[in-house]
Design a protein around this ligand. Structure first.
Ligand code: GDP
Length: 323
């Protein structure tokens, strides 16, 4: 499919994922991108979403809008995470179907899988066991989104399908210490400690959980590949409801903290706050389906961390000194 002249709606284009997709599509020559902010389109409001589709008539939709956050935010604002994500998904996916959208890709998250899924996690693990309690509301909403896409395909033949990215990081991430994920939190903490000459950085949990991380620009590259080359029938025809996107390697939080500290040039000590939750012990996606379709990740973790740290430190962002 040639994308250059298509009206492509990137829902969530101000977020880390949506903005990376917009950057890449623009660089790819897509001139008909439709983007909105939450001020001009409230995706939680069904009538506004319907009006937007009637007026702009998108042909392709990438649903990257979501209420997102790290382990503490998910565990605290449980009702908000469930309601807002369900509302965004039902509004956008149903309206896209009604409007005859040619193709829709919905972005989920690897937390949809059972807490103790066999590693690396294959797509078929979905709904085979209990979820991680700290982010169960978010996961339930994302599972509902996958099932919406799958069943609009099964009932109506809609070319809608879902992708499950692993933990993402990169430019435009949320660097707020209370609600961020681990990489932006550690980049901010180590940068502040270095700038202020602090002797210690506190890392949450035991440091032993393992996570897989993908640079958001690699995710955008995967989405572009899927838009151009992979249809809903290619996914559902394999007996799966969605496809994983990751790099295929994971790392201990302890090791990640050392890497970030080293890149930033922090020479003090690292302390673990075991009053904070560890979350799921390990989360590594099996990416063989995606590599079978023809895409693999390109950016090694150290290179991605370096570019993200440079972006954080050089952007007008003054957060680094405030932590
Ligand atoms: P998760 O993958 O849903 O658990 O999300 P996070 O990225 O928030 O957390 C991943 C792991 O990093 C968990 O084991 C956290 O306890 C750990 N971690 C260590 N330090 C931090 C921190 O400063 N912020 C966050 N969010 N997580 C941290």
């Amino acid at each position: 499919m040639s994308l250059k002249k298509k009206r492509i709606f990137v829902a969530g284009s101000t977020g880390m994922v949506g903005s990376a997709i917009v950057r890449l599509l623009e660089a790819h020559g897509c001139s008909e991108l439709l983007t909105t902010t939450s001020a001009d389109l409230d995706l939680i409001d069904q009538a506004s979403v319907r009006e937007f589709f009637e007026e702009k008539q998108p042909e392709i939709v990438i649903l990257a809008a979501a209420k997102v956050g790290g382990i503490l935010a998910n565990d605290t604002f449980r009702a908000d995470f469930l309601f807002e994500n369900l509302a965004i998904e039902t509004n956008v996916i149903h309206t896209a179907f009604k409007a005859g959208v040619e193709k829709l890709i919905f972005l989920g998250s690897s937390c949809i899988y059972p807490r103790l899924a066999d590693q690396p996690i294959i797509e078929e693990s979905l709904l085979t066991g209990p979820l991680e309690p700290t982010n169960e509301p978010y996961a339930i909403a994302k599972i509902a989104g996958i099932k919406l896409c799958e069943n609009y395909y099964r009932q109506h033949g809609a070319n809608f399908y879902s992708v499950m990215p692993t933990n993402l990081y990169g430019r435009n991430d949320n660097f707020d210490l209370d609600s961020s994920h681990v990489i932006p939190a550690l980049i901010r903490k180590f940068s502040a400690a270095k700038a202020n000459g602090d002797p210690e950085v506190i890392v949450w949990g035991s440091g032993t959980p393992r996570r897989e991380f993908l640079l958001v620009d690699d995710l955008a590259d995967a989405i572009l590949f899927l838009l151009e080359n992979v249809e809903a029938s290619d996914i559902y025809g394999q007996g799966i409801s969605h496809v994983n996107i990751g790099c295929g390697e994971d790392i201990e939080i302890r090791e990640l903290a050392s890497m970030i500290g080293e890149i930033i040039g922090f020479s003090g000590s690292i302390t673990y706050d075991t009053d904070k939750p560890d979350g799921t012990p390990r989360k590594l996606l099996d990416v063989s389906r995606l590599s079978g379709l023809g895409w693999t990740a390109k950016t090694p973790l150290d290179a991605g961390l370096k570019s993200t740290i440079e972006w954080f430190q050089s952007s007008e962002n003054t957060l680094a000194k405030k932590a």
